[in-house]
Ligand binder design. Structure first.
Ligand code: LLP
Length: 423
């Protein structure tokens, strides 16, 4: 459910027309719906209300300060994977007591920053990381709360690039080694073991991999408790899928019905790290048709957004629905590639897509772009990054300005010996 709808033949975000947004901030630009974000957050939070839980939004999905702030006001915590994400989460007002830190390669400054911020816990991915956190906590005179990320070796049946819970992946600690690693963790003086973490992949469209993975983890928690460890938290990661095309992912409520009873029996506090299910369908990428071009084999619709703005189609061959902001009743449809201006054949937003006829100047909405859209954007081809707009009712707010050429060269320096010479 989202709040992008046609009013007559014109596409709106809540009560603001996308045409008005394009006229005001230009294109390409990201547009997010406040109501949708709130609704999605509450859907997850309320689904699990029968058990003690924390929803820690996966900041990597959408890290804009305004979005994090509105989620913070709803009670969200944050799942972070870098010092930069920690900085954003704190700047947005998310309590450190609701922040969990994942990732296989946390650097020393990042660990120190998180220890000083007194975050809820680290999700630790290896014994060498564990020893490093122990050392750094010791030198700061503190103790680090940790969960160990266990790799349950479950196939989430999603795109290989976003599946993380198989043996061959770099993530987590193998289930066979988990007991030993927990023993090591509990023997370290500056480590307090508080939980078990897992995340098996993203864009899951079935509850069964969640249940299978959780059952493996629950078995482990029982063993750990039997050996005297006080496991208070179980973190099931993120991964709930959304509808991009015709997928029928489970609702948060379906996930809750399947797993809440298992968690309840253990008397653990549950942590969830949803990203996509909250932000994905709450945002779109608004773009304008620049040209159309017919070649022998096909028609290209060339738009002003590109793979630097939305990488998912190029990287994962991901499908994003494309809608005309202004519907025209009588138009014929055509099979086209929607492509951007970047000098790469992989620069496309849609391939072999049947769309109503497009003309230069038409506005297109690339749907389901609220998660892993702006956050994966870059300045490739020296393209300034797009602005972000938040719509609430009939108000729109620019929550990130369009980058200017000056922004592109910020921090770059021409050394004196080059500057003084004449070309
Ligand atoms: N927790 C951990 C430890 C994660 O690695 C991730 C995502 C999440 C939570 C959030 O997962 P979600 O609920 O959003 O599925 N760039 C890819 C997605 C990569 C996801 C990486 N980890 C994409 O555009 O599909």
């Amino acid at each position: 459910m989202h709040h992008f709808h046609y009013h007559g033949d014109e596409l709106y975000c809540e009560d603001v027309s996308l045409k008005h947004i394009a006229q005001t901030v230009g294109t390409p630009c990201y547009v997010y719906s406040y109501q949708t974000l709130v609704r999605h957050f509450r859907a997850v939070d309320q689904a699990f209300q029968s058990i003690p839980h924390l929803v820690a939004f996966a900041v990597k999905a959408n890290s804009n300060l305004a979005i994090l702030r509105l989620l913070a006001l709803e009670g969200s915590g944050a799942d972070i994977v870098s010092g930069g994400e920690l900085y954003r989460a704190l700047r947005a007002g998310i309590s450190p007591k609701k922040i969990v830190f994942a990732g296989v390669g946390k650097s020393r400054p990042e660990i120190e920053y998180a220890l000083k911020s007194d975050i809820l816990m680290f999700n630790v991915e290896s014994s060498s990381e564990l020893r490093q956190i122990d050392r750094l906590a010791g030198s700061l005179g503190t103790r680090a709360r940790v969960a160990l990320r266990v790799n349950p070796d479950i196939d989430p049946k999603t795109h290989p690039y976003i599946s993380t819970g198989l043996k061959k992946s770099k993530f987590g600690i193998g289930a066979d080694r988990a007991l030993d690693e927990f023993k090591l963790a509990s023997s370290l003086p500056n480590i307090e073991v508080v939980g078990v973490h897992k995340h098996i992949g993203s864009q899951l469209t079935d509850v069964s991999p969640f249940v299978e993975a959780l059952k493996k983890i629950l078995g482990l928690i029982e063993q750990l408790r039997a050996s005297g460890l006080d496991i208070q938290y179980v973190n099931i990661g993120g991964g709930l899928g959304i509808t991009y095309a015709d997928e029928k992912p489970p609702l948060p409520q379906d996930l809750a019905s399947a797993i809440a009873p298992l968690v309840r029996s253990l008397k653990c506090r549950l942590i969830l790290e949803p990203g996509r299910v909250i932000a994905g369908n709450a945002g779109i990428l608004l773009t304008q048709v620049l040209y159309t071009k017919d070649t022998e084999s096909k028609r290209f619709v060339i738009v002003d957004a590109a793979m630097n703005d939305l990488l998912r189609p190029s990287l994962y061959d991901a499908y994003h629905e494309i809608l005309h902001v202004q519907r025209r009743a009588e138009t014929q449809t055509r099979r086209v590639d929607v492509v951007g201006p970047i000098c790469e054949s992989g620069d496309f937003l849609a391939k072999d897509r049947t769309l109503p006829d497009s003309h230069p100047g038409d506005l297109l909405a690339v749907m389901s772009a609220g998660a892993y859209g702006f956050t994966m954007s870059s300045n490739y081809n020296s393209r300034p990054r797009a602005p972000e707009v938040l719509v609430r009712g009939n108000e729109m707010y620019v929550i990130r300005a369009r980058e200017q050429y000056e922004d592109l060269v910020r921090g770059e320096v021409i050394p004196e010996f080059l500057a003084k010479l004449e070309p």
